[in-house]
Design a binder for this molecule. Structure first.
Ligand code: PMP
Length: 332
């Protein structure tokens, strides 16, 4: 995709080519230089525009998505927004199964975008018929002429970032990048971007960010799914209670886990110190970067790129609400 200064044919032409911005105050005490890839500059305000557009375009090319079709997906909100936006532009119906952990703002937003939204409990196993995976599968089976995007198990999710996010970062940093720090949910962003960058320079370290309460870090270390790791947490879009095939664990060097509290505080700090109004997982990425720095991961020559996945406007009633922060015990 190209961002050109003339007339664009539709909003979808503005997906990708997001800016890289140097961080100053938030990373001041850390060794090395730090840069944020601001995915909120996508028209749907998150990195998910990239995968949604790539998966829909590929389905059209293969003849799977036909006129009047329905797009079905499970989503924590951002992929849903992207798919709803794409559906409006291209004339598809959009049905989304959403976790009840998603903020009310996000759910309202999806409805405003014309999507049909089914809210499902977050704290049930993935194979439970009430889980958003099972609900989406059932809707897909029952709806004629429908396509299930299946972002957790779709290799096109990795490919979208391999083709766009990776090359953009390589070009923007003129090949100087030494470390990439990325939040891991489906794993598409970290796997696709990391794979491309390591192909350009195998010395680049790919540092994953996981949530306390998720299985990804332990799985990366042991190659075994340990459900004892699972506990409820508040950060949306980070970590998982299953192993997504959209994660290529071989690309990832190491994971750090972050807490709900630390991630929320760092998101607020990033806004205050850098003027970047960012989402909850951005706070997780900043917190993890600080944890990696404390583990001596970086030195004066480190050129560290952090991917900031989405925009703060979706969390006004969560991390940016003082009363919500107090209810969680996150503010002293
Ligand atoms: N941050 C947010 C806000 C997200 O919605 C997601 C997607 N689940 C991620 C980070 C993680 O990205 P990925 O799914 O590519 O691992």
């Amino acid at each position: 995709m190209t961002r050109n200064n003339g007339i664009n044919n539709s909003i979808l032409e503005l997906v990708g080519e997001t800016p890289l911005i140097k961080l100053h105050k938030i990373t001041k005490k850390l060794k090395g230089s730090y840069f944020a890839k601001i995915e909120a500059f996508n028209p749907g305000h998150s990195a998910k525009d990239r995968i949604a557009l790539h998966i829909v375009n590929t389905a059209e090319k293969k003849g799977i998505l036909k006129k009047g079709a329905t797009i079905v997906e499970t989503t924590s909100g951002n992929t849903g927004f992207s798919l709803a936006m794409i559906s409006l532009v291209k004339g598809y119906k959009c049905i989304l199964a959403v976790s009840d952990k998603s903020s009310q703002d996000k759910i309202e937003l999806l409805k405003t975008m014309g999507a049909e939204v089914h809210v499902c409990p977050a704290n049930v196993p993935p194979e439970d018929p009430r889980s958003y995976y099972e609900v989406a599968k059932t809707i897909h089976k029952k709806t004629k002429n429908s396509v299930y995007i299946n972002q957790y198990f779709n290799e096109l999710n990795i490919e979208a970032h391999y083709r766009t996010t990776g090359p953009e970062i390589w070009k923007q940093t003129e090949g100087k990048i030494t470390h990439l720090v990325v939040a891991s949910g489906t794993g598409g962003t970290i796997s696709g971007t990391g794979k491309y960058l390591k192909e350009q320079n195998p010395n680049i370290k790919v540092l994953g960010v996981d949530a306390i309460g998720s299985v990804l870090k332990k799985y990366h270390e042991t190659k075994e799914l340990d459900l004892n790791e699972v506990s409820p947490y508040k950060i949306e879009g980070l970590g998982k209670n299953l192993i997504p095939t959209a994660t290529d664990f071989d690309v990832i060097d190491v994971y750090e886990k972050v807490s709900d509290k630390d991630a929320a505080i760092q998101a607020r700090e990033t806004l205050k110190k850098e003027g970047l109004f960012c989402g909850y997982t951005t706070g997780a990425v900043v917190q993890a970067t600080k944890q990696y720095a404390a583990l001596d991961m970086f030195d004066e020559n480190s050129f560290v790129v952090l991917i900031f996945p989405d925009h703060g406007s979706r969390y006004l009633n969560k991390i940016y609400s003082n009363s919500w922060m107090q209810e969680q015990g996150f503010l002293e």
